[in-house]
Design a protein around this ligand. Structure first.
Ligand SMILES: Cc1ncc(C[n+]2csc(CCOP(=O)(O)OP(=O)(O)O)c2C)c(N)n1
Ligand SMILES: [Mg+2]
Length: 575
């Protein structure tokens, strides 16, 4: 990447766009095309013929998969990604993947074409179609505006360098998130001689803030005094150094760490790991340090000590894009936790007296003992978990046996999440991801993108049967087969939407008509489609597993197939 402005010869707006993606180091365009993206596709064909560098296209046969894959690529690489969809209608097809990208703070520049402004074809060289009247909307960005950090329409190719660069800077500046850029077909096809290429290094993401040092001093003093400190983290592990920084702080203090279910923030085998979710530990804590978290506890279920001190360090402090958000904090500081935590550790180390350090050490040992007890009781649970139908516990136990420490696990198993979290330990940064937006279907596309971003890792995505279908399996598995980012998909097939069933049960207890009559409305996916046949039809190695004893060989086989380059689907019928 250059640090002085350049110009590059191009023939049209589409080539200018490609040159700007090149300058930003973009490797892939996640594309679902239409007539209006023709100039870009034609330019890519020309670049290939001439041996010129251009991003590779991943053909996504559904826009939801395109955005989920870009999200998956970003979460693994932290490099901003590009999606290209067709007009307003392709934008609408992004659907819930937009919510997932927003809440996952995924740096993705979503580009959408727009019909030419001129319906008579004058001077644009674009033939007019009836669709140019039909597709056009008053405000193409309206459906996405709630979900993106920034949206804009390119008005003129004179400014294409500025506009594209601004999209990259915004999407990749913390807190990251999607940006939406409209590209009119006539501008993409418009003749140009050259494009200005900004010095990308000088237009890079803004640096994320170090915390106010006075607040670090104050937080350190509170944490040193604490009798039962609790660290509650949401997404501090999004950068690999965030995990090491948190381990260091927790070890100095001898503080228990609980984490959200969506990121690998802290090694789950660590003696100070206290599980997922803060609620079991809140009533004991006199100081709670929240780091990068959207929902550190559910107020109605949280039994906080009235005098508990709350310290909250976050890159996104007041959650501007959450309509409601109002967790209390004695210290609320915006910061990059990967910078703030090492400083906090350093100040605690300097300020703590030998007596304080002895207290920290004693606490560490007590928590270590509790951790060992918990591990023993979990081991007992798995040994009795092998009857038919297969239990989620047994399935997760078997998965844990076949994967290694570097495997990237993507999780969207909904009501079986607790079994996943119980049995599948993660110890290395970047080896576990969940869907922060909860619009289901993300797991397949995310796995596709994760594997593209980390070709040497084995990627395993765990999905409910409902989530598998929401994930557009044909487009996702087809792309995995044809574009070769192979991943293993394991379906937790309970033949239903279990979560809404539990919702009805939870609200009405045993008194609901649904419970008494056994007539649960709209919840069964039974008889289920043959997911293995769907996988097979897309070129994936596929197997249905119903017997517990078949599970381990099937999973081993599937991992082997994936390591050899073939996507795989294992449909496991569970209780
Ligand atoms: C796109 C989308 N539609 C609907 C829902 C509401 N919903 C939440 S959980 C759930 C069931 C998911 O089924 P499955 O993936 O099989 O997991 P299970 O509940 O069976 O564990 C549904 C439909 C949602 N979250 N996302
Ligand atoms: Mg299900």
């Amino acid at each position: 990447m250059e640090d002085i402005e350049n110009t590059v010869s191009v023939d049209d707006g589409a080539e200018a766009f490609i040159e700007l993606l090149n300058a930003n180091g973009v490797d892939y365009i996640f594309l679902n095309p239409g007539t209006a993206s023709g100039p870009i596709q034609e330019a890519l064909s020309k670049y290939k013929a001439l041996g010129k560098r251009a991003p590779e296209v991943i053909t996504c046969l559904h826009e939801f998969v395109a955005l989920s894959a870009a999200h998956g690529y970003f979460m693994v690489s932290r490099k901003p990604q590009v999606v290209l969809v067709h007009l307003a209608l392709g934008t609408l097809q992004l659907g819930g993947a937009l919510l997932n990208a927003q809440r996952g703070r995924a740096g993705v520049v979503i580009c959408a074409t727009r019909v030419p402004s001129d319906r008579e074809g004058n001077g644009t060289g674009m033939p007019s179609f009836p669709l140019h009247w039909i597709h056009e909307q008053f405000d193409q960005a309206a459906p996405v505006r709630d979900y993106v950090k920034w949206e804009y329409e390119l008005r003129s190719n004179e400014t294409i360098h500025e506009v594209v660069q601004r999209a990259f800077r915004i999407t990749s500046t913390e807190p990251c998130g999607p940006a939406y850029l409209v590209l009119r077909q006539d501008l993409l096809g418009q003749k140009m001689e050259e494009v200005r290429i900004p010095p990308v290094a000088r237009h890079a993401a803004a640096s994320a803030p170090q915390v106010d040092t006075a607040l670090i001093e104050k937080a350190a003093a509170i944490l040193i005094e604490a009798k039962e400190p609790l660290i509650v983290t949401g997404y501090s592990g999004r950068y690999s150094q965030g995990v090491g920084a948190l381990v260091e702080l927790a070890e100095i203090l001898g503080a228990r760490v609980v984490t959200s279910q969506y990121n690998m923030n802290f090694p789950t085998t660590h003696p100070l790991f206290g599980g997922f979710g803060s609620e079991p530990h809140l009533n004991n804590a006199d100081v709670i340090l929240v780091i990068d978290h959207d929902v550190p506890y559910i107020p109605a279920r949280a039994n906080l000590k009235p005098d508990a001190k709350l310290i909250h360090f976050d890159i996104d402090t007041v959650k501007l894009d959450f309509p409601m958000w109002g967790f209390a904090a004695d210290i609320l500081a915006q910061c990059d936790s990967t910078k703030a935590l090492p400083l906090l550790s350093q100040v605690i180390r300097q300020r703590a007296t030998p007596e304080d350090k002895a207290r920290f050490q004693a606490r560490f040992q007590r928590l270590q003992g509790e951790h060992q007890q918990r591990e023993k009781s979990q081991d007992l649970a798995t040994t009795k978990a092998a009857p038919k139908p297969i239990s989620a516990d047994w399935l997760c136990h078997c998965i844990a046996e076949v994967i290694d420490d570097n495997t990237i696990v993507i999780e969207e198993t909904v009501t079986n999440r607790s079994a996943v979290l119980r049995h599948i330990n993660r110890t290395k940064p970047g080896t576990f991801f969940g869907n922060e937006g909860a619009s289901l279907g993300w797991g397949l596309g995310a796995a596709l993108g994760a594997k593209l971003a980390s070709p040497d890792s084995t990627v395993v995505t765990l999905v409910g049967d409902g989530s598998f279908i929401f994930g557009c399996p044909i487009p996702a598995l087809w792309a995995a087969n044809v574009h070769h980012p192979p991943f293993l998909c394991i379906i937790f097939n309970n033949k239903m939407y279990n979560a809404p069933k539990l919702g009805i049960r939870g609200s009405n207890g045993g008194q609901s008509y649904s419970e008494k009559t056994g007539h649960w409305v709209g919840l069964d996916i039974n008889p289920p489609p043959s997911y293995a046949l769907i996988g097979q039809a897309c070129g994936a190695y596929s197997q249905l597993v119903e017997n517990p004893e078949d599970l381990q060989p099937a999973l081993k086989n599937a991992i082997e197939q994936v390591r050899q380059g073939k996507p795989a689907v294992i449909d496991v019928r569970i209780k």
